[in-house]
Design a protein around this ligand. Structure first.
Ligand SMILES: [Zn+2]
Length: 276
């Protein structure tokens, strides 16, 4: 499951803004972050680097078995390296496009151009949370790749374009498959629950490495902040009985079938459980 914890945080801050000065200051800082994250404006170095591993064996053989519809069916359950490459390409392409706009726009007022560039990038990164190829999609694909490696099929909820949802599920996972993974490979059962966040940090790592080694100068900083902040809050909230219990009860009432049910619930509650 991927929990867009930032949404909870921002809505709770906004609820208190009317009565309290401190939350108002926090919101102001949050909105101004994009204006402060560059010490230098980007130079005219338009470059884009995209990789896409078409084949990843022996993983794809396992994915074929999990999906059960031949070789091309394996692309429905991409490997970790394939989904990571897709997400890196999606964010690099979007940030490249925004940089191209900034460097070539006819808008003369530099501040206006800069505001569109920074806040447009931030808005696009937030929207991409809900779209295939974005960070939440990658998070779920990392969970799914661990299951596919053991022949278990699943469905990524981001493929339904859940714009505005605070919780996104990996569904259509059979209990028998989870029992088999736990029996066959207890270590993978533990990794299964932490693998979503693993994908998020690898995305940041990939984008940072490309920026450094290829001097791309892409404006990835808002994504780094969103992803890291969200991951930290997700861990804190998974360990909060007040938050986790309330939301698990709601989910259990709503997700009554295997097809609709998330494979685990809060990742780090399950991660701690599977370790013992
Ligand atoms: Zn997850």
């Amino acid at each position: 499951m991927y929990s867009i914890v930032l949404k909870y945080l921002l809505s709770s801050i906004l609820r208190k803004v009317k009565n309290n000065l401190l939350p108002a200051i926090l919101v102001t800082i949050w909105l101004l972050i994009p204006l402060c994250i560059h010490s230098q404006p980007p130079k005219d170095t338009l470059k884009l680097k995209i990789d896409l591993p078409l084949f990843d064996f022996p993983y794809q053989k396992k994915a074929m078995d999990a999906v059960g519809s031949g070789f091309f069916g394996s692309y429905a359950n991409p490997s970790m390296s394939q989904s990571l490459a897709v997400s890196t390409g999606v964010y690099s392409s979007f940030h490249f496009g925004m940089k191209h706009f900034y460097e070539n726009s006819n808008i003369r007022n530099r501040l206006v151009r800069r505001l569109i560039y920074d806040w447009g990038t931030l808005a696009g990164d937030l929207l991409l949370l809900y779209l295939p190829g974005g960070e939440a999609w990658l998070h779920e694909e990392y969970h799914r790749a661990v299951m596919s490696r053991h022949g278990a099929n699943s469905f990524n909820g981001v493929n339904r374009f859940p714009v505005g949802s605070s919780i996104i599920a990996v569904s259509k996972v059979k209990d028998e498959d989870l029992m088999r993974i736990k029996e066959k490979s207890p270590s993978d059962m533990v990794r299964l629950h932490a693998s979503g966040i693993e994908g998020q940090y690898l995305l940041i790592n990939n984008l940072q490495r490309n920026n450094f080694f290829y001097d791309l100068q892409l404006n990835n900083q808002a994504l780094y902040l969103i992803s890291t902040f969200n991951s930290h809050l997700y861990i804190f909230m998974s360990t909060s009985p007040k938050f986790a219990d309330k939301n698990m009860t709601k989910m259990n009432e709503k997700e009554t079938t295997i097809a609709s049910r998330d494979f685990t619930g809060f990742d780090f509650t399950a991660w701690a459980y599977e370790r013992f």
